[in-house]
Design a protein around this ligand. Structure first.
Ligand code: NAD
Length: 260
């Protein structure tokens, strides 16, 4: 299947590792030009070196998603170059905590970085997509928006707001050829998942391997997902071929979410 991604330009946020890196690499493999945004741009090299010679160019660019000035600097640069066709909204995950432990300031600071700043960045990049009558906005959230995950109160709450934002935006720009979708990772094996398993292990005085094994057993597929499996879904959604999918939440979870 020709995904029609050659000659498309993408901005991938949080591209230094994990799911962001897998999506950025997948888009480049399909020939797209990829701006790989990260706080530490040198980390982009850790995966860029493995790309085949015929991959599209990967251009590392610095951004700190907690800093509005840094975001506006990146957007100004990209708009000067004509903007992007594809935007992958991926942020770091918030710290693990219960609702009872989360403070007002935790909610505000995490909402700013994970939601308000992403809404702002998207709003600035959208008009160029609308003018071209083609665009893809894909935002990563979590399976926790459908089945809240214990001790991930900030993630469950803030990401549910992001789903409402995405669905509302999808309706507003569908007629302009811009699709807006949400991806729900279940448990995809990245450093973040290892870190969360390590926290759970310390809390329960079990080994991290035991926590990971129990977690994998609870998933119908009986394993964690691979970042490339997740990246492939994002690449398809970003492609020409996914032109009639908008306003959707797409699970990539090996069946982990129990509801239909
Ligand atoms: P990760 O922690 O491995 O990667 C997050 C990326 O975001 C990193 O590149 C990190 O450097 C970057 N980042 C963090 N804070 C930033 C900031 N202020 N400015 C710029 N970049 C910043 O996480 P991941 O596993 O790749 O997951 C990506 C997102 O999806 C996270 O928000 C995570 O919570 C969420 N998620 C992941 C899973 C999973 O199974 N991996 C499941 C549910 C939700």
């Amino acid at each position: 299947m020709n995904l029609g991604l050659v000659n498309k330009t993408a901005l991938v946020l949080g591209a230094s590792r994990g799911l962001g890196a897998a999506i950025a690499a997948g888009l480049a493999r399909e020939g797209a030009t990829v701006y790989a945004a990260a706080r530490s741009v040198e980390k982009v090299e850790t995966w860029r070196i493995d790309l085949p010679e015929d991959a599209g160019p990967v251009l590392p660019c610095a951004v700190d998603l907690s800093d509005l000035k840094s975001i506006d600097g990146l957007v100004d640069d990209l708009l000067e170059k004509g903007g992007v066709d594809i935007l992958i909204n991926n942020t770091g995950g918030p710290p693990s905590c219960t609702v009872l432990d989360a403070t007002r300031s935790d909610w505000l600071s995490q909402f700013e970085t994970m939601a308000a700043n992403i809404f702002h960045l998207t709003g600035r990049l959208l008009p160029a997509m609308q003018a071209r009558k083609w665009g893809r906005i894909i935002t990563l959230t979590s399976s926790g928006v459908e089945q809240p995950i214990p001790r991930l109160a900030l993630s469950n709450g803030i990401r549910s707001a992001i789903v409402g934002w995405s669905k509302t935006l999808a309706d507003e720009v569908a007629a302009d050829g811009v699709t807006v979708n949400i991806l729900l990772p279940g448990r995809i094996h990245t450093q973040r998942v290892d870190e969360l398993d390590a926290i759970a292990a310390r809390r329960s005085e079990k080994s991290q391997a035991d926590i990971a094994a129990a977690s994998a057993t609870s998933i119908p597929a009986r394993r964690y997902g691979r970042p490339e499996e997740f990246g492939d879904v994002a690449v398809f959604l970003a492609s020409e071929r996914a032109s009639y999918i908008t306003g959707s939440k797409i699970r990539v979870d090996g069946g982990a979410i129990r509801g239909v």
